[in-house]
Ligand binder design. Sequence first.
Ligand SMILES: [Zn+2]
Length: 67
Amino acid sequence: MPRKVNCSFCGDEIAPGTGLIFVRKDGVAFNFCTRKCEKNMLSLGRKSRKVRWTEEYKKEKTLRTKK
Ligand SMILES: [Zn+2]
């Protein structure tokens, strides 16, 4: 049975049968919804907190504006 997973980078839900999984040498697995997310995290080394179109960024923003 397919499990619902969220993208490790943008936080979006990945529909079963789509997206890609990347497993690092040390065994940590990342789920990505698109190559865009994979590229941003792995090749560009960006932090999801600092990229505007991710869920993580939105969370940070709401926390920041609440204070
Ligand atoms: Zn994503």
